[in-house]
Design a binder for this molecule. Structure first.
Ligand code: HEM
Length: 198
């Protein structure tokens, strides 16, 4: 039930992000793609550092380490020509979703785990349009490869049972939307009209 509610309540923010991201654009250049990978890195690296430091992983029975996405972004940036020194100097997002409760963590995870689904389409497009493969710069968008749907379903089960047992649906939904909005304002700073809505 929570998954259905989340999908419905975040549709607008998903669509807003999807239509601004030019990742499926036939005219996307390698440079444009590289720039977007850098921006995703600037958001995911500090976000995942924050997430991994949270105390609820054992209680959740969920191993986020195996889903850690920052190393994939690093690998892609290096494959695209950056150096470790350049990665260390890349700007990081400071306006991240607020995560003080387990419900808020679940809302944030919904967005970052869900993004692997669209990543499958993006990966196919990058291979055919720019010739970029898993080894040459798209391991982040490739997500969990062939087992992406299985990983999504496993996350969905965890989310559903935790939401039923302990959490507040409203708080989960609010943080999912905040995650979409903070990512959008980081990726597209000039398109944001109302920063106070975050
Ligand atoms: C060009 C960019 C994107 C495309 C084409 C895209 C496309 C998709 C597609 C096809 C699905 C599966 C829908 C379904 O099975 O019903 C999906 C699901 C999802 N995407 Fe995206 N997506 C994009 C970007 C993103 C980004 C950047 C995020 C967040 C960081 C995101 C978050 C999600 C979430 C949370 C879901 C799960 C929805 C649900 O079933 O509850 N997407 N996306």
């Amino acid at each position: 039930m929570i998954l259905k509610r989340l999908r419905h309540a975040t549709t607008e923010n998903h669509a807003a992000l999807e239509c601004q991201l030019p990742l499926l654009d036939p005219n996307l250049s390698r440079e444009d793609y590289h720039e977007f990978v850098s921006r995703f890195y600037g958001y995911y690296a500090p976000l995942e550092t924050q997430l991994l430091a949270l105390p609820w992983w054992d209680e959740m029975g969920f191993d986020y380490n195996e889903r850690y996405k920052t190393p994939k972004l690093e690998r892609d940036l290096l494959a695209l020509g950056d150096t470790p020194d350049m990665l260390a100097r890349m700007p990081r997002c400071h306006n991240l979703p607020e995560i003080f409760t387990l419900s808020q963590l679940l809302g944030c995870l919904y967005v970052i785990e869900g993004s692997t689904l669209g990543g499958q389409i993006i990966t196919r497009h990058l291979r055919s349009s720019l010739g970029i493969t898993l080894e040459t710069g798209c391991s982040f968008f490739n997500g969990y490869g062939d087992i992406t749907m299985m990983q999504w379903q496993a996350f969905g089960s965890t989310l559903t049972s935790l939401a039923e047992r302990t959490c507040s649906d409203e708080e989960i939904i609010a943080t999912a939307n905040q995650t979409f909005k903070t990512l959008e304002s980081w990726l597209f700073p000039t398109s944001q009209k109302q920063p106070t809505e975050l």
